[in-house]
Design a protein around this ligand. Structure first.
Ligand code: SAH
Ligand code: SF4
Length: 393
């Protein structure tokens, strides 16, 4: 069943019309969803019982269940969610001077396979629906509602490649941005892409006012293709063409993200090469401190090394900032909480398998376990995801 959060304003109007009701009901429904922010159809008290029953027949509410929350000393909060079909995903709430920002996941796992990223450790299981993206936002907003605060910014920078799930992401952002939705200003919304060229052009043609960030991470194809496989499909000349097209169509500054990986892309020569590459474009560079991911073995640079890189770009007249680290005392690298949970799930299932094996030795009724499915312990999301098996390492 669809979540009510899947519905755009227009789709809701059409749904109301299909029931023979006035479009006006949509205004009331959206006000309950995104202004009053109730989480139960029965709390929509200015709707008739009949209307509420019809809504209940066709829609669920938030499609995500909260599994775990981790709060860091700086207030950064990670939320681990489970979808109705059992997939795990995470979102992060970050507290800035300028407001509260949520980092939203757009897919379960990611197929782009960047060699430094926790999300790339698991193949894409599936795209998230727009309702599941809104579900992340509404869970986090519910937390903030307890303090009388509101989410002011959205970044689509969690697990997944948003431009590999283009329609759902845009549908979700449309409601987040809509006056009758969450009314989050378009300039407060950022989409980050690893560089899917045709989608960047499509996005440019849409003339959205959202911010666009491009994960660059290397100033040449030789290095970029080693750490970001997408560079082999869309090398830098094509990517920069798309960037030029976006700038021409939208007259907006875009951001290039550049993670500093010790001994990989952080030399003075890399900084100069990056400046040469970006000089023709109206853009910012955001240098990102690397959050170590156990499985990958890359190391972050020191603050002094980051400053050296920063200074070169500054001298080369490139606008540059260094991203402040958030939640460094929790599993801050996006996707890590999810990976940990997957690992725990696997351990739990292995322990259960062992138990069943022992039971099998002591009593001859293993067949019963096969029938009720409890013996089918290896057929889980973890394997399907092609997670590296810690036991084989
Ligand atoms: N798939 C999109 C959006 C999600 S990743 C993209 O790649 O742009 C969001 C950002 O986090 C990207 O710039 C990505 O390169 C960066 N990132 C991934 N793993 C990281 C890590 N371990 N430490 C710091 N940044 C990381
Ligand atoms: Fe996917 Fe982005 Fe991670 Fe690359 S950095 S694997 S594109 S989530």
């Amino acid at each position: 069943m669809k979540s009510i959060y899947d519905m755009s304003y227009k789709q809701m109007e059409e749904w109301c019309e299909s029931k023979g009701w006035k479009k006006f009901r949509t205004q009331q429904i959206f006000a309950w969803l995104y202004k009053e922010r109730v989480y139960d159809f029965d709390l929509m008290t200015n709707l008739s019982k009949e209307t509420r029953e019809e809504l209940k027949k066709d829609f669920t509410f938030n499609p995500l269940e909260l599994v775990r929350k981790q709060v860091a000393s700086d207030g950064t909060t990670k939320f681990l969610f489970r979808t109705a079909d059992g997939a795990l995903l995470e979102s992060v709430l970050m507290i800035f001077d300028y407001g509260n920002s949520i980092c939203v996941s757009s897919q379960v796992g990611c197929n782009m396979g960047c060699t430094f990223c926790a999300s790339g450790l698991t193949k894409k299981q599936r795209d998230l629906t727009s309702g599941e993206m809104m579900g992340q936002v509404m869970h986090v907003q519910a937390e903030l509602d307890k303090k009388g605060e509101r989410l002011s910014h959205i970044v689509v920078m969690g697990t997944g490649e948003p431009f590999d799930n283009y329609d759902n992401v845009m549908n979700f952002l449309f409601t987040a941005n809509h006056d009758r939705g969450l009314a989050i200003g378009s300039r407060h919304i950022t989409i980050s892409t690893s560089g899917i060229v045709p989608r960047i052009k499509q996005f440019a043609d849409g003339h959205y006012q959202y911010n666009l960030a491009i994960s660059l991470h290397a100033p040449n194809d030789k290095l970029r293709s080693q750490i970001m496989p997408i560079d082999r499909a869309y090398p830098l000349d094509q990517l920069m063409d798309a960037v030029a097209y976006y700038s021409k169509e939208n007259n907006r500054k875009l951001t290039f993200e550049y993670i500093l990986l010790k001994g990989v892309n952080d030399s003075a020569e890399h900084a100069h090469e990056l400046a040469r590459l970006l000089r023709p474009y109206t853009c910012y560079v955001n240098l990102i401190p690397y959050n170590s991911v156990d499985e990958h073995g890359y190391k972050p640079v020191t603050r002094a090394e980051a400053m050296k890189f920063y200074d070169i770009l500054k001298k080369e007249q490139i606008q540059v900032t260094i991203r402040k680290e958030h939640g460094s005392d929790i599993d801050a690298a996006c996707g890590q909480l999810r990976i940990k949970e997957l690992r725990k799930e696997k351990e739990r299932k292995q322990a259960k398998a062992l138990q069943i094996q022992q039971d099998q030795k002591s009593k001859p009724s293993f067949k019963a376990a096969m029938v009720d499915g409890t013996a089918n312990v290896y057929d889980d999301a973890y394997e399907a995801n092609e997670m590296p098996d810690p036991d084989k390492e």
